[in-house]
Ligand binder design. Structure first.
Ligand code: NOJ
Ligand code: CA
Length: 604
């Protein structure tokens, strides 16, 4: 599944539109906003406040990471047992997809109690231990915060659906049907659909009204027009902040509000002028009334104030707010940061770059320039993968050069400016492994949409730690089968191979953390007419300039970065990192790259 397509947003390709802002300067024919280059010393209060600006964040799908009690389901103690591995990788924070009590219709995204841990994952004491052990290794724990909907088994909804005059009734979104009478339920109030297929309205027979659910029927949307909802979520956030979490990833935030007019959404038409039919057999809607409505901004300002109250100079310093923000364009993404006097997210996810899903240099360059020029002085958060999309091999690979292509993508991820987020298993090149038969599907959308939509099981398979029967994930029966590729693609094998993708990830992360140009230098595109090789430079005052050249093709390429207009004239080029076996260039004027080759050097 392609989550962006599922969201049914038309991704407008925004081409280079450069804005000249305060402190702007030119280099290499490109206009950039000058970035702050002050690098606080580690351990000072400033670094505690700024840790997120160059952060490496690792997404864990806890169910699939490490099982310790043999039930085939990953758990918190499993994550704790793997903290040394994560520290070795160089991550600053781990984001856990939901571990709260849940009936698991949407594997944790249907929450029945926001202030507890689901017993299958452990206890609050296990959670506290995880946070403490992670802190010892300078790793923060980021929780998922699902504020658009609860589970239908949450006490709030149980109360709400018990009678129309229950005090919780107005915590959810209820409407009469069209043409409803005392004996006839009529039809749903409008044409709005669930992103998981079919009408977004569910008839409740007992109280004779429809409730709204943007996701599964078992995930009723809460009513953000009700001030009590605001207070309830601020209270939940405080509960976890007091336990020492490093922040939150806000789930589906763009869906918090719906247009109060209840007007129908538009039907997306194909090139033939006919409605596009999605994997669930429904006409594709444009989401114009149920996504990215203005109300979400005041909510996020409120959450930011609530979270900022917990910032301190002690670990974990700034509590970071990350947004699940699939936006149509960079202007909409820029809005998610809020205004300086009314900040919202620290790090709304930039899905513009990572989900291009095609190795097209021109589009990559354009999107990367967007993020350098169109979000003011804010910090980008790049990512290429998550638990809702097929893994990198399925979206970018060619089946022959997958590892080299994954080197290309990780180079863009870690050698660009800002924070970087990646998904468990990407560092070893785990393959997307969807179920072969409908009866094996666990993710309900894979049942509704089979065979066009096989669901998200394929990107949620157990972490591959070693070559043993269950890849070191469990001693029991894994909740999803371990892919056959685990026999060769696993952490143990990767650790033994200095040329492995894992070694590449570690080297890139080390570079990002320790080299001043990569840690916080400006990011300038070079050789901007080239359609085969993406090149850029990182530049921090007082530090040597660094250049990066990445071949997006299977054919060898040579680039001349001395002639690219950035004023680079290298007397000497020191190699910092290159694809194993790749040539060592003698000068900036002739950097040779093999198929999907990467070269990173320092200009001396
Ligand atoms: C986005 C999450 O990433 C996805 O896994 C989930 O199904 C939906 N939001 C609904 O919470
Ligand atoms: Ca377990």
């Amino acid at each position: 599944m392609d989550w962006i397509k599922l969201n049914a947003r038309t991704i407008a390709t925004s081409f280079l539109a450069l804005t000249l802002g305060a402190g702007a300067y030119h280099a290499g024919g490109q206009t950039l906003l000058a970035q702050s280059t002050s690098q606080p010393e580690s351990g000072t209060s400033a670094s505690m406040q700024d840790w997120w600006k160059n952060a490496v964040i690792y997404e864990i799908y806890p169910r699939s990471f490490q099982d310790t009690n043999g039930d085939g389901i990953g758990d918190l103690n499993g994550i704790t047992s793997r903290l040394d591995y994560l520290q070795g990788l160089g991550v600053d924070a781990i984001w856990l997809t939901p571990v709260y009590p849940s009936p698991d219709v949407d594997f944790g995204y249907d929450i029945s109690d926001y202030k507890n841990i689901d017993p299958q994952y452990g206890t609050l004491a296990d959670f506290d231990r995880l946070v403490a052990e992670a802190a010892k290794r300078h790793i923060r724990v980021i929780m998922d915060m699902v504020m658009n909907h609860t589970s239908d088994k949450h006490e709030w909804f149980i109360q709400a659906r018990s009678s129309r005059d229950n005090p919780y009734r107005d915590w959810f979104v209820w409407h009469d049907g069209m043409g409803q009478t005392s004996t006839d339920k009529g039809v749903p109030p409008n044409n709005w659909q669930s992103l998981f297929g079919h009408s977004a309205w569910q008839w409740d027979e007992k109280t004779r009204q429809y409730y709204y659910h943007k996701f599964y029927v078992q995930q009723p949307d809460v009513n953000w027009d009700n001030p009590q909802i605001h207070e309830a979520f601020k209270d939940i956030i405080a509960f976890w902040l007091k336990r020492g979490v490093g922040g939150f990833r806000f789930d589906a935030v763009t869906t918090l509000y719906e247009d109060p007019s209840l007007a129908d959404e538009g039907v997306v038409l194909g090139k033939d002028g006919k409605p596009v039919i999605n994997a669930y057999g429904d006409p594709q809607l444009d989401n114009s009334k149920t996504d990215n409505q203005p109300g979400l901004h005041p909510v996020m300002q409120e959450m930011r104030v609530a979270a900022d109250a917990f910032n301190s100079n002690k670990f974990p310093g700034t509590r970071v707010l990350i947004g699940e923000t699939y936006m149509d364009n960079i202007a909409e993404l820029a809005e998610m940061y809020g205004a300086p006097e009314k900040p919202e997210f620290h790090l709304p996810m930039d899905t513009q770059v990572g989900f291009i899903n095609k190795l097209d240099v021109t589009v990559f360059r354009s999107k990367l320039i967007d993020v350098e020029t169109q979000i003011g002085h804010n910090i980008p958060l790049l990512l290429f993968d998550n638990h809702d999309n097929p893994r990198l091999d399925a979206r970018y690979g060619d089946g022959i050069h997958d590892t080299d292509i994954e080197r290309v993508l990780s180079t863009v991820l870690f050698a660009s400016r800002g924070a970087a987020l990646f998904y468990y298993g990407d560092e070893i090149g785990m393959k997307t492994t969807p179920p072969a038969r409908k009866q094996d599907v666990k993710d309900p959308i894979g049942v509704t949409g089979w065979p066009k939509e096989k669901g998200r099981d394929g990107e949620r398979t157990p972490m591959q730690w070693d070559g043993s029967a269950n890849a070191g994930f469990t001693k029991g029966t894994p909740w999803l089968p371990v892919p056959p590729s685990a026999a060769t693609i696993n952490v143990e094998a990767a650790k033994a191979d200095p040329k492995s993708l894992l070694a590449w990830y570690k080297s890139l992360i080390r570079l990002k953390k320790t080299n001043p140009a990569f840690a916080n230098g400006a990011n300038l595109m070079l050789d901007t007419e080239n359609t085969k090789v993406l090149s850029w430079m990182r530049q921090a005052p007082g530090a040597a300039e660094a250049v990066v050249a990445v071949n997006f093709t299977a054919e060898p390429q040579t680039v001349n970065l001395a002639a690219s207009g950035a004023g680079l004239q290298a007397a000497h080029l020191k190699t910092l990192l290159k694809t194993p076996g790749g040539p060592v260039p003698r000068s900036l004027a002739a950097i040779k790259l093999g198929a999907y080759g990467v070269y990173i050097g320092e200009v001396q």
